[in-house]
Unconditional design. Sequence first.
Lengths: 232, 356
Amino acid sequence: MTGDFYSPGDLAALWISVRLAVITSLSLLLLGTPLAWWLASGRSRFRVIVEAVTALPLVLPPTVLGFYLLMFLGPYGWAGRTMLHLGMHPLSFSFGGLVVGSILYSTPFVVQPLQTAFQAVGTRALEVAATLRAGPFDRFASVALPLARRGFVTGGALAFAHTLGEFGVVLMLGGNIPGRTQTAAIAIYSHVEVMDYVGAQRLSATLLVLSFVLLLIVYGTQRSSRRDWTAP
Amino acid sequence: MSLRLDIAWSRRGFELNVQLETPAAGITAIFGPSGSGKTTLLRCIAGLEHAPGAQLQFKDEIWQDRNRFLPTHRRRLGYVFQEPSLFPQLNVSDNLRYGLKRVPASKRHVRLDEAIAFLSLKDLLDRAPQQLSGGQRQRVAIARALLSSPQLLLMDEPLSSLDHAGRQEVLPHLQRLHDELSIPIIYVSHEISEVMLIADHMAVLAEGRLEVMGPIHEVLTRTDLPVAHLEQSGSVLDGRIAQHDAQYSLSYIEVNGGRLAISQREAPIGTSVRVRIEARDVSLALKPPQQSSITNILPAQVIEVSDDRDPAQRLVKLDINGRPLLARITRRSEHQLGIAPGARVYAQIKSVALMG
């Protein structure tokens, strides 16, 4: 049935979008956790700078980020040339490039919920764990992680949904290569360009429903797992 | 000596300056008003605060000196916080096991079933912390701390976040802790009545400085210190249950210097107990009163008489066979009865609070 409903090109675009979103959100949960932990508990004076850099993608036009990444990762950029020297293909106009761009672009959507969640854990629970012989990593794993699990659900879902909806960075960095770097969001644009409103409609509705369901999950889990630390 | 500490630390305009050695056993209370630095001192001992330049030694282990700072999780201590801070994601049983699991089996000296029985937690094990009352939570927190097999137990006002019922629920367990636990306990409190019931030694802290430290019966009756002039000030006497009197539902306690009657207790003869006698509950007579409703009368000798906070009142320090007792009387009575150092009097005790 899906085979009739979506064209092969649309299916490929949806598959690229979902793959990109899964890889991006998983990588961000992995990389964002230590960063968020450091931001939540660190007292370094570099904290403010790192916080601001992390939040940049919230305000920057995606085309700006995409442009700089293209300059950096492309065959004439510093990273691109290095990769060429090492016998690899530059990341521009490739799926790998999309992953790098998406990770950077969605960073605040993971780091900020995690940071808030870690801050809400507070110092008391960690102090209690320390007096019960738990070392620093043990405290993080046995107290901070389980208490901040809501932040992981929120961050993961937001990164996933945000990557699904990404347009500017992907277009700048990936081009619009069907089957390789054409995501669903870009496929919609291509459909509209050639006046295929039915095609655009199918993909748009799909993304709309997917995003809505994801947000339902986020807000649903937030409601059901609200717990108090000290209140009776 | 169990803990030796030397801290001189000023932070945000507050200066903590304490040199102290605590005894190897029993409860040492750190008493002082809010803001006197009690909790900060306790947190320094636990390693939750890092006071630069402080020296801390527990038995033969250096916990902190110029070059070393042993992190909290490597100090063999237990800590009971003011609010019962249970892990909300774990049930009671898993909260109890949290510390237990992290102590190698060979170093455990408290068993899970012992701690559960000791704090009467048998029926709570499957509950979530959110389903417990304040008193229940604090009992779990105490058991959890004991299960990490500490060599030193630190308690930061464990009763102060509880309502009256919660205090009444937890206090007997603290008293059992005192009787049955061989490790030293440092107990921070600003409630003199609490300190009087459970502490063996007492350190008084005021504005970050140690005012006095010594055996509780001595410190409580030092009339040159503010503690003796608190509204609830008084003294403690140690004794044994000597006799039960079923007819009048009384129990008699033998203290050095006499006998005290209290409401009947379910304790066997010979049980050692401590009684707390507040200064305002002690009045003086020159002759043994013949027709009085007061049953507890002890012969005493006046050691000294000093001013009290209320100019109408005087604080009298008495000697009861070598143990000090405080009485609060009016200045008028002092003159009418001729109360002066050396005078032989009878102390009439209106009310006695019992520990244990």
